[in-house]
Design a protein around this ligand. Structure first.
Ligand SMILES: [Zn+2]
Length: 143
């Protein structure tokens, strides 16, 4: 597949549930395919400042970059915007008695985390994409 412009909509990725179970670890499957949440401060990337691109752990679509990552101190990797609109999709989530916006990979529909806004973080968008580390794979920028 050739690399298109940053705003391109990723090609849909579809796998059966059985295929996902085979390809992902049980922990990855639980978060990505069952909308689980990793415990705060336990994930690989919550405190990472490495320059690079964060891909979907399930399908490899580029979702976020280190340029939009910021220190929210919430225990999960936080971004103020996705790499491009169209890379993620949004769903209303009313579980846990809260109205939240779930964020999923636009290509494979895997669960990534939630997005919150208006919290007062000093970022350009005042949004916090609160994403599970286990939903992402960081590909460091080549020096
Ligand atoms: Zn994906």
């Amino acid at each position: 597949m050739s690399e298109k412009s940053e705003t391109s909509i990723p090609a849909p990725v579809s796998r059966t549930d059985e295929e996902w179970r085979r390809e992902l670890t049980p922990e990855e499957y639980h978060v990505l395919r069952q909308a689980g949440t990793e415990r705060p401060y336990t994930g690989k990337y919550w405190d990472t400042h490495t320059a690079g691109v964060y891909k979907c752990r399930a399908c490899g679509t580029e979702l976020f970059t280190s340029k939009e990552k910021f220190d929210s101190h919430c225990g999960w990797p936080s971004f103020f915007a996705p790499l491009a609109e169209g890379r993620v999709r949004y769903l209303r989530d009313s579980t846990l008695g809260m109205e939240r916006i779930e964020v999923r990979c636009a290509a494979c529909d895997s669960h990534l985390g939630h997005v919150f806004e208006g919290e007062g973080y000093p970022t350009p968008t005042d949004q916090r994409y609160c994403i599970n580390s286990i939903s992402l794979t960081l590909v460091p920028t080549e020096e």
